[in-house]
Design a protein around this ligand. Structure first.
Ligand code: HEM
Length: 156
């Protein structure tokens, strides 16, 4: 191999290694656009929830400033950002709300719309929502979930 070719090959391999290292280190939090973007999304999300008659009444007694902070911390932590969620677990915090499957879907729809408003690409919206989807079983009132699915444990 000539010297020039060797140098070029080395340069190309270095660039490749660097670019994949950067990608591997990018958390979902960073890909989403970091703190400012996520704060913006949470603000829009709460505005949309407040305007959404399908679910806004469930928040009638909620301190929305506190809720925003907890939601931000939760989403940031889930996306491997530099945050710690200190709120209650999902089962406890939603236990008295009798949330239906339709209401859960309405909230997810509002989250997509909020992420749209702050220009998070759809591919990344899906990544974030995929991390939230498993919480459905803790949030939706047991017995409301299975339309055609399996019965919840203990129900026949
Ligand atoms: C994946 C979906 C959801 C996530 C990630 C989520 C997240 C949260 C978080 C982090 C809190 C604060 C917990 C705390 O107070 O310690 C909370 C509270 C609350 N959530 Fe959700 N939630 C979801 C679905 C829903 C749905 C579908 C509804 C209603 C339609 C809802 C209504 C509420 C209400 C009303 C509160 C406040 C309860 C209170 O003031 O005591 N949530 N949620």
């Amino acid at each position: 191999m000539g010297d020039t070719l060797r140098r070029r090959t080395l340069a190309a391999l270095t660039a490749l290694a660097l670019s994949s290292a950067v990608q591997a280190d990018d958390t979902l939090f960073e890909q989403l656009g970091g703190a400012a973007r996520l704060r913006g999304a949470v603000n829009e999300f709460v505005l949309l929830i407040q305007a959404d008659d399908r679910i806004n009444f469930t928040f009638a007694d909620t301190d929305l400033t506190k809720f925003k902070q907890l939601l931000y911390d939760q989403l940031c932590a889930l996306a491997n950002g530099p945050c710690k969620y200190t709120g209650r677990d999902m089962r406890t915090s939603h236990a008295k709300l009798n949330i239906t499957d339709a209401q859960f879907n309405a909230l997810a729809e509002d989250l997509y719309a909020a992420l749209d408003r702050v220009h998070v690409p759809y591919r990344l919206q899906n990544k974030l929502v995929a991390l939230l989807a498993p919480m459905e079983r803790d949030i939706v009132k047991p017995g409301f979930i299975p339309e055609n699915g399996p019965a919840p444990a203990g129900v026949r």
